[in-house]
Design a protein around this ligand. Structure first.
Ligand code: UDP
Ligand code: MG
Length: 317
């Protein structure tokens, strides 16, 4: 009987040091799980170091290794999407190249799908060991806020590391939006998901590609992509200020009629102007954010552009 195929999709950005270690580890797991066929899809997300050379070397050595290489850095979301599109497996797993997603969990994940009828097994880290406390604090806040704002459930600490059935992968691929926020997309498509928990592991080599600022922008993208409630909130703030100003007008009229109108109140007026115009700009900013997203979506730009891939370069020679 033909074995089922498991695709391992790995997005790589400047991972020349981590990749050989990763390959060694995943190769070991593929031997242990010899009841499955494996393919490894490395997506080179416009790395500036020798990542692509390392991948090509692996491809020469091991025919199960395939790759897609982008023309520039398109971001991890685009890389994961490209990997999913390139995969043929009956099961597909998304992994980081830095071994922060332990390949040793794969067997357990596979068994859960096979025996217990789950469509997807995701992983979440329960500790944030080795992370700056301030970052953990903002991460927790973000999950609280987004879960209040969005009807799609986002699991705190969920990683992108997961094993999915072909059916689920196909439904993810069918979501072709340009502003991709995977954590939301995975919840959006639904399917029965089991969560495995594990302690945070630090990366084996190289360094994290996420600065605080990048994560902040990513968080705003996530909120915009899965909730339009900020628009409602800004409308409500506007309404609240209308009511307050109406009460103030009444108060001032009554006061003027009763006590006359001595000229004062200039500082308070300036404060009010500052505050109200600040809130106006803030609400316009929220609107602008949605408008910008719509603008980018309507351009229909490709999510990524491929420079070379294992299939293309094979045709070439
Ligand atoms: N990555 C990518 N494109 C990027 C940034 C990161 O493909 O623009 C990959 C990176 O090579 C790694 C994974 O995404 O395999 C996770 O990145 P990292 O380990 O820096 O993130 P962290 O684990 O610190 O959240
Ligand atoms: Mg990492």
């Amino acid at each position: 009987m033909k074995k089922e195929l498991l695709s391992v999709v790995v997005s790589c950005y400047n991972e020349e040091e981590a990749l050989p270690l990763f390959y060694k580890e995943i190769n070991k797991i593929s031997k242990e799980m010899n009841y499955l066929d494996f393919e490894f899809i490395f997506v080179n997300d416009g790395s500036k170091d020798k990542t692509i050379e390392v991948i090509k070397k692996l491809h020469k050595k091991d025919k199960r290794v395939r790759y897609v290489s982008f023309s520039r850095n398109f971001g991890k979301e685009a890389a994961m999407y490209a990997g999913l599109e390139a995969s043929f497996g009956d099961y597909v797993t998304l992994m980081d190249a830095d071994l922060q997603d332990p390949p040793s969990l794969l067997e357990e994940m596979y068994n859960l799908i096979k025996d217990e009828g789950y469509d997807c097994v995701g992983t979440r880290r329960v500790t944030r060991k080795g992370e700056p406390p301030i970052r953990s604090f903002f991460a927790r806040m973000f999950y609280k806020i987004i879960n209040k704002l969005s009807s799609i459930e986002m699991v705190d600490g969920a990683r992108d590391y997961r094993l999915m059935t072909r059916q689920m992968v196909d439904s993810i691929i069918s979501l072709k939006e340009y502003n991709r926020y995977s954590k939301g997309l995975f919840s959006f498509v639904g399917f029965k998901t089991k969560w495995l928990e594990y302690e945070n592991i630090e990366r084996v080599a190289g360094e994290t590609k996420w600065s605080f600022w990048k994560l902040f922008i990513y968080a705003i993208d996530g909120i915009c992509a899965f909730s339009t409630k900020p628009l409602v909130i800004s409308a409500l703030i506007g309404l609240m200020f209308c009511i307050i100003s109406f009460i103030m007008i009444l108060f001032i009229i009554v006061k003027t009629v009763l006590y006359g109108d001595p000229v004062n109140g200039w500082p308070s007026l300036v404060c009010i102007i500052f505050m109200v115009s600040g809130i106006q700009l803030f609400c316009m900013g929220i609107m602008g954010e949605y408008l910008a997203k719509t603008y980018l979506e309507t351009k229909n730009r490709p999510i990524y552009i491929v420079k070379e891939s294992s299939e293309k370069s094979e045709k070439g020679n």
